[in-house]
Design a protein around this ligand. Structure first.
Ligand SMILES: O=c1[nH]cnc2c1ncn2[C@@H]1O[C@H](CO)[C@@H](O)[C@H]1O
Ligand SMILES: [Zn+2]
Length: 384
């Protein structure tokens, strides 16, 4: 039985383990019931289902298309109901609550402010509503006995032309809830170099950013994100596998780009379930995370879109534990990697690692000892 194997986490332990999430979209993580209620409140009549359970399944099915472009179409419905201050506040508060209830202790949650302006909000009002929602969610989590800290990443859409404006917005709110910047959206045909002005601006401001790259499109996209744009992290980055050769005898050879990514400890925000849906990987067993972990890339585990993938941080780890037989030590390794790669200040990252992550795993790792003690004393009681 799993629970008796020292170090191999049970689903319950996976849930209780402190987890760190760097890549999660606010508009990809709504509760289906909330979407239904918000749609009713704002008069949005185009939801494909009105029953929350069916709606949740619809998102999963529609996102299961094997194409990033089709996957992204599902966000029309979530963005449609996130256009008012109250709706943004609610979605952000529930996001923080849901993550905390799943054992996430630190999260960077991203969204594109430019997609929330159709009912007349300004970019600033959007950011403030989401920030207030995250603070509310952190408070609710605390009241429920969970601790979480949530930072926002502001995303610019790569097909649009507002990246510099959004980068400036991120910079303006950097001491106020926003920890960095990102670009997202369809990758093919929309190279990140189109937004160089935004990245150069952020670098001049000593600010942080990640870029969705190497998901639907391969090495050239990763190369541009790093060597032209100067990204601190790679959103997905999973196609770096195309620059790694594994010979029949197991010998591994890294190309120049893969070697650079590993040598420089560039964090990979890997999102296994999302990759299965968009066709970036065929199965968990074939997902490059197994090899990247073995080769000691700075790999992290993420949800991407909890609604579209019907997932959570715990579920992502459950799949990985089932597939690769990861132990609590592996889970801790991914979690420390993520915390090291967060965009908050170094001293805070270190304190999270030393005071929250490591003690949390140490406690879980010790549990099997006590379980055995209980079994032993039961059996000796039976013999006496
Ligand atoms: O996996 C992804 N790849 C690229 N773009 C994405 C992915 N998931 C979500 N978005 C895009 O990011 C926007 C802001 O959150 C979403 O509206 C969606 O269009
Ligand atoms: Zn993403």
């Amino acid at each position: 039985m799993k629970s008796e194997t020292p170090g191999v986490p049970t689903p319950d332990q996976i849930k209780r383990a402190p987890k760190v999430l760097l890549h999660d979209h606010l508009d990809g993580g709504l509760r289906p019931a909330t979407i239904v209620e918000l749609a009713r409140e704002c008069g949005y009549g185009q939801l494909p289902e009105s029953d929350p359970e069916k709606l949740g399944l619809w998102f999963r099915d529609a996102a299961d298309s094997g194409s990033l472009e089709r996957y992204l179409e599902t966000f029309d419905h979530t963005c449609a109901v996130m256009q008012t201050r109250d709706a943004l506040f609610r979605v952000a508060a529930e996001c923080a609550e849901d993550l905390a209830a799943d054992g996430v202790v630190y999260a960077e949650v991203r969204y594109a402010p430019e997609q929330h302006l159709t009912a007349g909000l300004t970019l600033e009002e959007v950011v403030e509503a989401v920030n207030e929602g995250f603070r509310e969610g952190e408070r609710r989590a605390l009241a429920a006995g969970d601790r979480i800290r949530v930072g926002a990443l502001l995303t610019a859409m790569r097909h649009a032309a507002r990246a510099l404006e959004i980068a400036e917005l991120a910079n303006r709110y950097r001491d106020n809830g926003v920890v960095g910047f990102d670009i997202a959206g369809a990758e093919a045909g929309h190279p990140p170099t189109r937004h160089l002005d935004a990245f150069e601006y952020l670098k001049r401001e000593n600010n942080h950013f990640t870029i969705h790259a190497g998901e639907a499109f391969g090495l050239p996209s990763i190369w541009q994100a790093l060597q032209w744009c100067g990204a601190d992290r790679l959103g997905h980055g999973v196609r770096i596998i195309d620059d790694i050769d594994v010979a029949d005898d197991g010998t591994v050879t890294l190309g120049r780009l893969a070697a650079y990514v590993r040598d420089k400890r560039i964090p990979l925000e890997l999102c296994p379930s999302s990759n299965l849906q968009t066709g970036a990987a065929a199965s968990y067993a074939e997902h490059p995370i197994g090899l990247l972990r073995r080769l000691h890339f700075r790999a992290t585990v993420n949800t991407d879109n909890r609604l579209m993938s019907g997932t959570s941080m715990s579920r992502e780890f459950e799949h990985l534990v089932d597939t690769f037989h990861y132990t609590l030590d592996d889970m801790q390794w991914f979690t420390v990697n993520a915390m090291k790669s967060a965009f908050i200040p170094f001293d805070e990252r270190l304190a999270m690692i030393n005071d929250v992550v490591k003690p949390g795993y140490a406690e879980l790792k010790a549990e099997w000892l006590f379980r055995q003690t209980a079994v032993t004393s039961e059996s000796s009681a039976a013999h006496s």
